[in-house]
Structure formats: C-alpha cells, structure tokens
Design a protein around this ligand. Structure first.
Ligand SMILES: Nc1ncnc2c1ncn2[C@@H]1O[C@H](COP(=O)(O)OP(=O)(O)OP(=O)(O)O)[C@@H](O)[C@H]1O
Length: 242
C-alpha cells in the first residue's frame, strides 16, 4: 500500500511537484501520466528516497518516507529510464549479483534468482558477458533483473520504455504484467496514454506539478463521455502529446 500525502518539491523558484496526494492499493498498477517536465520523475525520485521532499510525505508499506527511508529501500524496486547506471566492466551476472548483495541476500539465494531471471528475460546467452557492449534493450533487461533481485513488493518505473525498440518495449510490458499478476504494487510513469491503458488499473494525470485527475480508466471514460483516452489526456493538459 502506498499513501502519498501532500508531497511537494521546489527547486529554487521551480515548483516541480505541488501538493500531490494519491493512494495505490496493494496489488494495483498506478500510471502517472504527464508531459515532459510535468513532475513525474521528481515524484518517483522522492518516493524512491533519492530526493528529499520540500514538504509532505508518503507511507509505503507502513514506513514513513521521511522517518524510515532505509526501511523503505528494502521494500521497493526501482527501474528508471534513460541512464540506467550499470557497471560496464562487470558482466550482467555480476551487475545483478552486486545489487543482491547490497540488499542483504546471500550468494546461494542470488544465484538461484539470477538463473530464473536470466531464463524469464531470455538473457542466458549473454549473462556472463561484460555489459559495456550491450545494446540498449539488453542493458534494460539487466536493469530489470537488478531491480527485482530482492523480490520487492513495490516497484517504481520511470518511463521504462523510453528509447527502446518495439521488441524491447514488449519485454518491459510483459514484465510489468507479470509483476501485476504476482500481486506487486506498481507505480509507473509515462507520457503515453496508450501505454497506460495497456497496463494500469488507475491513472493520475500530472500537469505542471499538480495532480489534475485521478481515476480508473473506465471512470475517466464515463466522466468525460469519451472513449479515446488519449483525447481525454490532451484535453486535460491542453496540448497535443507525442
Ligand atoms: N535537479 C533539478 N533542479 C532544478 N529543476 C529541476 C530539477 N529536476 C527537475 N527539475 C524541474 O522540475 C520540473 C519537473 O521535472 P521532472 O523531471 O520531474 O518532469 P517529468 O514529468 O519527469 O518530465 P520528463 O517526461 O521530461 O522526464 C521541470 O520543470 C524540471 O526542469
């Protein structure tokens, strides 16, 4: 369960996130939708304890973001788009293993989990190769494996498909669906309503740091009398997206 309470982040005179509150029930997928610069990454970085909020807090599996950040880190898995920060000189296996050790797992547990992840994500062929020369899609799979090595119950994804080709996007989507089936609680950000529609139970639309709508997909359609969710998004944030 995630309960976000009046979360704000100011960078000098820029209000990146403005008094945002929402809840995500256990086992649900929440899509944070917004244009470039809307405040999605900043929100997720705060929830992942990577950035200190200016005000407000969140309760994540009963831990308070401000009081218990170390406990929260053990509960969450993070997959951020863009620069994913793998160690080029280490193999895929070593990159994943390193994170398992950081999360207090022992070698035997880690090895078992890596065998399964390598199979599930079809990485067996290159699991022992150095990641430096990997394609973007291959690196993303290593990052996915790394993010769940410690079996967190909560996952945060920040635009996890940005810059990936169609095949790699499918892998990420399938992975999110699988996590949902396993009952994980997920928040992921996107600027595409189509992506959100495929994967989410509920959506929050963020615009200029403010949450302008929170609803189930069906609820949005009923409220705005419009079947096409992309149209609803555009009408809410004011300009054409993509
Ligand atoms: N470290 C920072 N210092 C100053 N301003 C920042 C910083 N990080 C983010 N911002 C500003 O905060 C606002 C929200 O940025 P954020 O990265 O959260 O948006 P986003 O919705 O994730 O956008 P995108 O889809 O482009 O990643 C933007 O105006 C951005 O310029």
């Amino acid at each position: 369960m995630i309960e976000i309470k009046k979360l704000s982040k100011h960078f000098k005179d820029v209000i990146a996130v403005d008094n945002v509150s929402f809840e995500v029930e256990e086992g649900k997928v929440f899509g944070l939708l917004g244009e470039n610069g809307a405040g999605k990454t900043t929100t997720l970085r705060m929830l992942a304890t990577m950035l200190k909020p200016t005000s407000g807090t969140a309760i994540i599996n009963e831990y308070d973001l401000i009081q218990d950040p170390v406990d929260i880190r053990g509960e969450i898995g993070i997959l951020f788009g863009g620069e994913i920060g793998l160690y080029d000189r280490l193999s895929a296996r070593e990159n994943i293993e390193y994170f398992g050790l950081l999360n207090g797992m022992d070698k035997a547990q880690i090895n078992m989990k890596i065998e399964k992840l390598a199979k599930d994500l079809e990485m067996e062929e290159y699991i022992d190769r150095k990641v430096g020369k990997f394609s973007k899609g291959m690196k993303q799979k290593v990052a996915i494996a790394r993010s769940i090595i410690h079996s967190p119950s909560i996952m945060f994804f920040d635009e996890p498909t940005s810059g990936l080709d169609v095949t790699a996007i499918r892998v990420v989507h399938e992975f999110i669906k699988e996590l949902r089936n396993e009952g994980k609680t997920i928040i992921f950000s996107s600027h595409s309503m189509n992506e959100v529609e495929k994967l989410c139970d509920e959506v929050g639309i963020i615009h200029k740091g403010k949450m302008v709508e929170i609803s189930s997909l069906e609820g949005l359609k009923v409220k705005y009398g419009e079947e096409n969710l992309e149209e609803i998004f555009v009408s809410l944030v004011g300009e054409k997206n993509e």
